[in-house]
Design a protein around this ligand. Structure first.
Ligand code: APR
Length: 258
């Protein structure tokens, strides 16, 4: 392990365009369950109930969606960034971060100190709500307050359209600008570090391939094996928090004593 941490910190020093690709595994140490691990979100909920077409299909489906979304939102709202989030924010302060491409909707990158223009939220955010008809945005807590007061499936004040957390559901079209930007940044990166993702959901999971095919070194830090491990330049199976914390400590030592 020590050699691997050493190697990654050396690559961080020598690389110019470092992309962090984040998945739900980055936030489990902050108390937010991931999706596909035992006890994860898809163990407790049926993914079908989260399909976009389902949400559009009926008032009853929207009520069910909001009930589940509220249960998932509470731990997210309380969550604090862990060592891995803080290490990524530190990389930005050190000028060693091109961007974070995140699948996470919890907003913890920002709580950790990353700036808006450095984080590409591929799957949207749970911290805001938008009208599916007119696109009007609402603060999530404002809408949660209406639900707490008994509303079941909130509607837009302006056009009466259905409101939905500003996340990208299965079957919903990906955000165009963010997706294109993520592909572009992946294609010009020289070090691409995957942290806490099973790499099974497309199109997000094609980003490491784009990076590798364009010459980037690919590093995977994940508790469990992924189907991309064989094509990676370096793989570490373990907890992201302590691993990223050690890597940054090593990198900073090198920066301080070149
Ligand atoms: N440190 C490192 N890896 C971890 C940790 C941890 N503390 N905790 C969990 N993991 C790993 C698990 O081993 C798992 O392989 O993180 C991975 C999380 O995978 P998923 O649950 O599939 O999450 P993700 O890859 O982000 O899912 C992609 O699927 O359900 C949709 O929209 C949702 O954005 C999500 C997308």
């Amino acid at each position: 392990m020590k050699e691997q941490l050493e190697q990654i910190s050396q690559w961080i020093i020598s690389s110019r365009r470092i992309v962090i690709f984040a998945g739900a595994g980055l936030s489990t140490e902050s108390g937010i369950p991931d999706f596909r691990s035992p006890g994860g979100v898809w163990d407790r909920y049926d993914p079908e109930d989260f399909y976009f077409q389902n949400f559009l299909s009926s008032e009853a489906s929207r009520e069910k969606y909001w009930q589940m979304a509220t249960e998932m939102y509470e731990p997210m709202k309380k969550a604090q960034p862990n060592l891995a989030h803080l290490a990524i924010a530190e990389m930005e302060r050190l000028g060693k971060l091109d961007c974070v491409i995140t699948q996470n909707i919890d907003g913890l990158h920002f709580k950790a100190g990353n700036s808006e223009d450095k984080v590409i939220q591929l799957h949207g955010t749970a911290m805001a709500v938008s009208c599916l008809t007119c696109g009007k945005r609402y603060d999530r807590d404002e809408i949660q307050e209406r639900l707490r007061k008994g509303m079941k499936a909130p509607k837009c004040d302006t056009c009466g359209g259905p409101l939905k957390p500003a996340t990208i559901s299965f079957g919903q079209s990906m955000p165009e600008k963010e997706t294109q930007e993520a592909y572009h940044r992946s294609s010009i990166s020289d070090l691409f570090i995957v942290i806490g993702s099973s790499l099974v959901v497309q199109p997000a999971a094609s980003m490491p391939l784009v990076a590798k095919r364009n010459g980037a070194k690919l590093v995977i830090i994940n508790r469990d094996p992924t189907s991309y491990d064989d094509m990676a330049d370096l793989v570490i199976h373990g907890q992201a928090g302590p691993i990223m914390d050690s890597i940054l400590k090593e990198a900073k030592k090198k920066i301080d004593n070149p």
